[in-house]
Design a protein around this ligand. Structure first.
Ligand SMILES: Nc1ncnc2c1ncn2[C@@H]1O[C@H](COP(=O)(O)OP(=O)(O)O)[C@@H](O)[C@H]1O
Ligand SMILES: [Mg+2]
Length: 332
């Protein structure tokens, strides 16, 4: 007989091996630190072998995860597409720490965290939400973009963040959080709402009392060197075609970020790491690699790919600023 296994009713296997952090995260210069890797094989986040970890960020996150939890959450904040979500996913996946992830938005409410009642064959049932399950089982709950929705609807997290218990009103159940339960959130601002104007209308101010319950880690765009290195690892064929092309595209990306951070500039949407990956990816599919030289004559070839991946999102004025920056980068 083929038995359906429900991982939520199974206990997580918390036995662990101790492994070298340097090897696990591809950072040989992190010293001889060791981390626990759980035997658990349920709810593991998918990892890639191309992810680049920042040593200081990694140390901070590991400290948060492995320190005894006193009811703090961790907030990763920074501009869109810089690698916040993928960072926490890649860390937790390597540690085999069971993880539930969701995105917070305008319509999210408390029931999306705690769970909902329903009817099954005339009986009232309770369908537990990710917070309930994570607290019970010792998963990490990752709530992405908490500044995209109504802050008031996040209050369900407060009781747990205070080191308290989670009371499920619908069932009367009282859940004492598992010692391995952790809460990690991501946001575009440090909770103050929009600082640059880039997220007008979409980023909300977070409640200071809520934020007071978080350790905060700022994640920014990668340095030019790391980003070039990452793109060349993922798309080595561009290097074969031209020694300069990837470097110039990465420089263009960092130029758009500098402009977006500068209130005096018209450009408010930078070319993110996510969009840059997309550019090289579609460039490959659109046969850009066979046409590039790394010089100004590449511009007509670049434009259709860049429009598709980035420029079409911009206003005509912003697009002009980006176009001038691109021309300058390619020496025109
Ligand atoms: N350090 C990194 N190493 C490898 N890829 C990265 C890195 N940072 C960002 N990326 C790429 O950028 C994409 C977007 O990152 P994501 O984590 O979704 O950004 P955010 O959550 O900050 O909006 C990832 O899917 C990945 O392709
Ligand atoms: Mg994200």
């Amino acid at each position: 007989m083929n038995m359906q296994v429900n991982p939520f009713t199974d206990e997580v296997d918390w036995n662990f091996d101790v492994q070298s952090a340097g090897l696990l995260f591809g950072l040989p210069d992190i010293g001889d630190s060791k981390v626990k890797v759980f035997h658990n094989d349920t709810f593991i986040q998918k990892v890639t072998n191309t992810y680049r970890f920042d040593k200081e960020h990694l140390k901070a996150v590991l400290t948060f995860l492995f320190a005894e939890n006193h009811g703090d959450g961790l907030l990763l904040y920074g501009p869109f597409g810089c690698g916040k979500t993928s960072f926490i996913r890649e860390v937790l996946g390597r540690l085999h720490w069971p993880t539930l992830m969701l995105s917070w938005n305008e319509t999210s409410d408390t029931a999306d965290l705690i769970g909902k009642t329903g009817i099954s064959f005339g009986d009232t049932t309770f369908d537990p939400g990710p917070l309930t399950l994570a607290a019970k089982k010792g998963h990490v709950l990752v709530v992405n973009e908490i500044d995209r929705g109504r802050a008031g609807n996040l209050v369900a997290l407060n009781d747990l963040l205070d080191g308290g218990k989670l009371v499920i009103k619908e069932t009367g159940e009282v859940i004492t959080p598992h010692p391995n339960f952790r809460l990690v959130c991501t946001a575009n601002s440090a909770g103050s709402g929009d600082l640059t104007g880039a997220y007008t209308g979409s980023v909300r101010k977070l409640d200071p009392a809520f934020l007071d319950r978080f350790a905060m880690l700022e994640v920014g765009y990668m340095t030019l060197e790391s980003e070039m290195d990452l793109m060349l690892t993922q798309f080595p064929e561009y290097l074969e075609a031209s020694g300069h092309f990837v470097e110039r595209m990465c420089k263009f990306a960092s130029e758009t970020r500098a402009k977006a951070a500068d209130a005096a500039e018209l450009l408010s949407t930078p070319l993110s790491t996510r969009a840059l990956v997309r550019f090289f990816h579609y460039g490959r599919a659109m046969n850009l690699v066979s046409k590039i030289t790394g010089n100004a004559q590449d511009l007509p070839e670049i434009m259709p790919v860049l429009e598709f991946c980035y420029l079409n999102r911009l206003s005509p004025e912003e697009r002009e600023v980006a176009r001038v920056a691109l021309n300058m980068t390619f020496g025109n």
